[in-house]
Design a protein around this ligand. Structure first.
Ligand SMILES: CC(C)(COP(=O)(O)OP(=O)(O)OC[C@H]1O[C@@H](n2cnc3c(N)ncnc32)[C@H](O[C@H]2O[C@H](COP(=O)(O)OP(=O)(O)OP(=O)(O)O)[C@@H](O)[C@H]2O)[C@@H]1O)[C@@H](O)C(=O)NCCC(=O)NCCS
Ligand code: ADE
Length: 283
């Protein structure tokens, strides 16, 4: 496959993953086509505008992996800043996809690197590449930070030691490899795409260290989310009436507590992206 075709293919999968995530329903506390979740400042259209604004940058992320051998993260950062700028412009200042830009950007770049090296692109090679690109990011961006102008993630690290999205990528997206993908693959055999994505989100909620939950509610909110998601899954998730009823109750309870697992939503998009890349490129 020529580089141009590869770039188009991966960027198409990245956009499909971004759109499918926000289109999945129900998603406790999160935006869907039928619910704004715990958010007063964003809805489904906000996310569609955001996805349209950031999608062109997926191509640039892939090209970094195709064209450069080292200092990949330093080359990705300026592209990510431009994507965030266009996201904020499209959403009138609302942070919809900051985490997703980071995750999808890294997977795009990792795909480009593997393609250049002629290494089979699958979940393990992508995991390894993301881990290599982000090696040392927790030390650099969370442990050695001054007190002024901290982001939500940095403030939460200082207070609770949670490494959030940086911990996820530095471990090679372990939550996706060990939890998200196995749940999705088990579900897609018996459920439709939407319901499989809901179950996958629940599985991610049982283990992702989502700093968005802590920032919007409390550190206790993280355990509340994990226990609730585990209970829903143990009841069958979207496969059973009881599971669906727990999920709907969870959505109401999260709204009351201002809980929004936005990081888990990003990880859901990343899970589907890796699944689709492996499925389409592995042939
Ligand atoms: C490395 C960066 C992501 C920098 O992170 P930063 O320190 O700026 O912000 P964090 O708070 O650490 O995390 C950023 C977003 O990551 C998502 N997230 C959190 N935990 C996890 C996790 N464990 N796994 C995966 N993703 C995680 C989360 O994003 C989602 O939630 C946001 C919506 O939440 P909301 O509360 O509504 O919005 P906020 O603005 O946070 O609150 P309000 O002000 O509205 O009250 C939404 O973003 C979702 O995506 C975290 O928000 C990276 O940003 C960075 O360095 N950027 C610079 C450019 C760059 O490098 N780009 C990428 C290049 S590949
Ligand atoms: N569907 C969604 N709702 C709220 N925050 C999100 N961040 C990423 N996807 C989201």
């Amino acid at each position: 496959m020529k580089n141009e075709n590869f770039i188009i293919k991966i960027s198409q999968i990245a956009l499909e993953s971004t759109l499918l995530e926000v289109s999945t329903h129900p998603k406790p506390g999160l935006v869907t086509p039928f619910s704004n979740g715990s958010h007063k400042d964003m809805d489904y259209v906000t996310f569609i505008k955001s996805a349209s604004a950031i999608a062109p940058y997926f191509i640039d992320f892939i090209k970094v992996g195709l064209n450069y051998k080292d200092h990949i993260l330093n080359k990705l950062r300026p592209i990510g800043v431009m994507a965030e700028r266009d996201m904020f412009r499209a959403t009138r200042g609302v942070n919809t996809h900051k985490g997703l830009i980071f995750l999808i950007g890294l997977i795009c770049a990792a795909s480009g690197t593997l393609y250049r090296k002629k290494i089979k692109i699958d979940r393990l090679s992508l995991s390894y590449e993301v881990k290599r690109i982000t090696e040392g990011i927790v030390e650099r961006e969370l442990k050695n930070i001054e007190d002024e102008k901290l982001t939500n993630g940095q403030r939460i690290y200082k207070k609770y030691g949670l490494t959030g999205i940086r911990g996820e990528v530095e471990k090679g997206l372990k939550s996706i490899i060990e939890c998200g993908l196995p749940t999705f693959e088990k579900s897609i055999g018996v459920l439709n795409l939407n319901d499989s994505l809901v179950n996958t989100l629940l599985a991610l909620m049982t283990r992702v260290e989502d700093t968005t939950i802590v920032h919007r509610s409390s550190i206790e909110g993280l355990e509340f989310v994990r226990k609730y998601a585990k209970m829903a899954l143990e009841a069958g998730g979207m496969l059973t009436e009881e599971g669906r009823s727990i999920i709907n109750r969870m959505d109401e309870d999260f709204k009351e507590r201002n809980i929004s697992p936005g990081g888990c939503a990003d990880m859901l998009a990343a899970t589907y992206m890796i699944y689709k890349i492996e499925k389409d490129m592995g042939e």
